[in-house]
Design a protein around this ligand. Structure first.
Ligand code: HEC
Length: 140
């Protein structure tokens, strides 16, 4: 029987090239891709005043080291980080929908120090953090 190796080797190489080249190009950028259905999620917690004191405690414990007490991105660990922690009072962050903020807290941002809090902070607490981030917006 004829051996097929002379055919299989180039095919194998082509397959590697097809998958590896685009992969190595895209891994250069830490683009964030938030699924459309996550963007339009609505915060189930409405009454900010009721939840803010607790939200502040969760924030101080989990977020303050990087994002700072008032969310400006100036926490004690911030100066060692690249990229720098986002300023939660900025328009850039405030322009996210509630669903986008929730998604970012839940999933983190790959290839940056912003980790996923899905396992360590309950879903309800993550929505409280979204309320808290809103409360940090610059007063105009
Ligand atoms: C270890 C440091 C660190 C901790 C702890 C941390 N973050 Fe971050 N966070 C970052 C960094 C760095 C970025 C910027 C990532 C980037 O540039 O894309 C970021 C980005 C974000 C963003 C995205 C803002 C945007 O519009 O791009 C949100 C929202 C956020 N953090 C919320 C939180 C919350 C809420 C907590 C606490 C539960 C938290 N982070 C804890 C480092 C941290």
């Amino acid at each position: 029987m004829k051996r097929k190796n002379s055919f299989q080797t180039p095919l194998f190489v082509i397959i590697i090239l097809v998958f590896a080249i685009p992969g190595s190009l895209f891994s250069q950028t830490a683009e964030r891709v938030i699924p459309a259905n996550a963007k339009s999620l609505v915060n189930p917690l409405k009454d900010s005043a009721q939840f803010l004191p607790e939200a502040q405690m969760i924030y101080r414990k989990n977020c303050r080291p990087c994002h700072g007490n008032s969310g400006k991105g100036d926490g004690p660990s911030a100066y060692t980080l690249d990229p720098k922690p986002a300023d939660h009072s900025s328009d850039k962050v405030q322009n996210n929908t509630d669903g986008e903020l929730f998604w970012l807290i839940s999933n983190g941002h790959t290839e940056t120090p912003m980790v996923s809090f899905r396992r360590t902070i309950t879903e309800k607490e993550r929505w409280k953090l979204v309320l808290y981030i809103r409360s940090l917006a610059k007063k105009s």
